[in-house]
Write a protein that binds this ligand. Sequence first.
Ligand code: DGL
Length: 277
Amino acid sequence: MSDTSPGPIGIFDSGYGGLTVFRKIERLLPNYDFIYLGDNARAPYGPRGFETIYEYTLQAVQELFSRGCQLVILACNTSSARALRNIQQIDLPKGPEHRRVLGIIRPTTELIGNLSKSKHVGILATEGTVKSESYPIEIAKFFPRLEVSQQACPMWVPLIENGEHESEGADYFVKKYLEQLIEKDPMIDTILLGCTHYPLLLKKINEDLPAMIKIVRQGELVATSLQDYLSRHPELASICSKKGSRQFYTTGDPEIFSNKAKQFIGKEISVDRLVLS
Ligand code: DGL
């Protein structure tokens, strides 16, 4: 296979969360081929250190390249915050020059300021994303006067990965982090779910949310931004294959993945296991 043979678009997340983005992307770009890879065996990434997140994300990206992808989307804020820059600056230049890896923080930060009337926004994300300060730094480039407060929600991804997000036990932690965020800035009128897992908690989040606050999810923003990116980069679009195929891989248990994936994308899928190293 020559280096520029068209291949599927790779979509990577530490686990299930990226499926909330994948779902929106495939709706907008149904003819494209996709490979989804979830590193469930090593999720959550949120509490892990910078080096580990970089190492794991790079392994996943290399795996997707080896399966023919020319474009990989990090549908994971934690990987986008902790690994994307290194991958783009250190690793991609070593390979064929047409390959691309894109994250999901930038498309969100370009728009978030337009969605708030009070000009006070809140970000709910993993510890890794919060610590990286990626959101405040990137948002300041587009909306320098926007007030940005962040809250890490370390219990949310484990609840979701373990299928406990609809349990009564989850109520306590949903309320806790929302209150902590609003306490930091009572003027917040817009909250971004800055982790692709969090839309699974939306029902509970909405129950605890003051009426004046609206929630922003990333799926649609990222999908629209990818569509726009591909139309501006026809040379990249032409090496993304378009037969409408979907493949799903997990580093965890394929049967569990396939059952849980139903909650995210609303349909049965077949899943294979792979090992990252
Ligand atoms: N879904 C990921 C994100 O968007 C990370 C979840 C995790 O593994 O901690 O940040």
